[in-house]
Design a protein. Sequence first.
Length: 505
Amino acid sequence: MCENDHAGLGRRALFVTGAAAALTLGSVTFASGADSSRGTQTRTVRGTLPPGSPDFVYVPVEVPSGVREIKVSYTYDKPSVPAGTPGNALDIGIFDQRGTELGGRGFRGWSGGARTEFFIRADEATPGYLPGPVREGTWSVALGPYTVAPQGLSYELTITLTYGEPGEAAAPVYPPERAKGRGRAWYRGDCHLHSWHSDGRRTPAEIAALARAAGLDFINSSEHNTHSAHPHWAAEAGDDLLIMLGEEVTTRNGHVVALGIDPGTFVDWRYRARDNRFGRFARRIREAGGLVVPAHPHATCVGCNWKFGFGEADAIEVWNGPYTPDDEMALADWDSMLVASVRSATRSWIPAMGNSDAHRDPDPVGGPQTVVLADDLTREAIQEGIRAGRSYVAESKNVSLAFTVAGGRGRHAGIGERLEVGRDTPVTVRLEASGAPRCTVRFVTDQGVLFTSPPLPVSGAGVVEWRTTPSYAAYVRAELRHETAVGPLPGALAAFTNPIFLGRS
């Protein structure tokens, strides 16, 4: 074993790389030339990252020919810090000999802070990493100092190369883009889920079983900053479950779900809002056939709050996991955007959705779930329904809604649609609900909450109607709220709908 020392950022020659806010350290070298008799070689490097370190620090590794497997492990110190002060957290990933260029082809895997070691070889790799040949050239271990304590972050990085003939790589197989649907119908889905390919603890098979038990018709794979799970979903799809492929693009200024992208698509995350690069990667998502969905925009975890604006969004994840105050903030913020859209001749509205963001037990898959009116159970049809806002969000499979408005010579419209009638035409808003015992129904408009029903019966089923005009309400959407024990605040959501717009456009 050989060792060397990065010591501190100031004691080695550093240079800025192609990715924003990143620095590259001195290289780790191994003996050159293919010689399978050498077995393995190991190098260990140590260093310290000070507070204010760049987002990404690259450690180049000079990989010679004849390598069968590369293995990386790391540790770092976690000193005590005062209350309210972030401690040390160090993420890790790797890029191969094709380089670390932003959006380039060199990405080979990322595990964030979920793992302390990983390996890559032609036939297999640690979850989160992409199997394939370990080719000769300069590889780069990517260190991501997520947070750094005032004392600094001291790390130890060990790279082991194993020589020999490479294994045989299997061609990836991906899930089909179509399941056996019911034609034009309401389909239930959860588009934000994590397996052991990022920081989840469940296998794809376990998630698929939980999705079926939750009454879901479709799900979307959304691992943090990696697409390594894509080939591992094919066996879990079936006539009863459409599995779409995606990524949770996890930047330092917020997360975005790439929903339903082409298999094997890599979407880079190494930028902040001030770098003015998000638009490029939003286009990348759409070019790969996906939707751009900012996730949990008001979440309080470090780096989770959405800073990129919503100009590129196809939908917004308003409800994420168990309903909490940050979801209430996201719902209010989204409603304000609806108000702005009806007052603007050029600004279109952005639909809302909800997902579980389930990682491990006891996180419920499908809690909440987005219920989409789609022409069939296909990737394209589900995405079109989400993009059009023909959907509502329910806390579980138990809650079902039918929400319509009618008026003006028998005209009617459903969720995400517009009722084209005159400003003073009387219209009837009607909600049919089931599975929501003792919930109150609120009709929310651009003027605020204009109607609140008595609680539904303990059976959870009921019909609520309200009459208005387009001049009084430019749109109307429904919320079902659980009872509150005390106080003026509304109860947690059981369900909510996207709006129906009233009046001529």
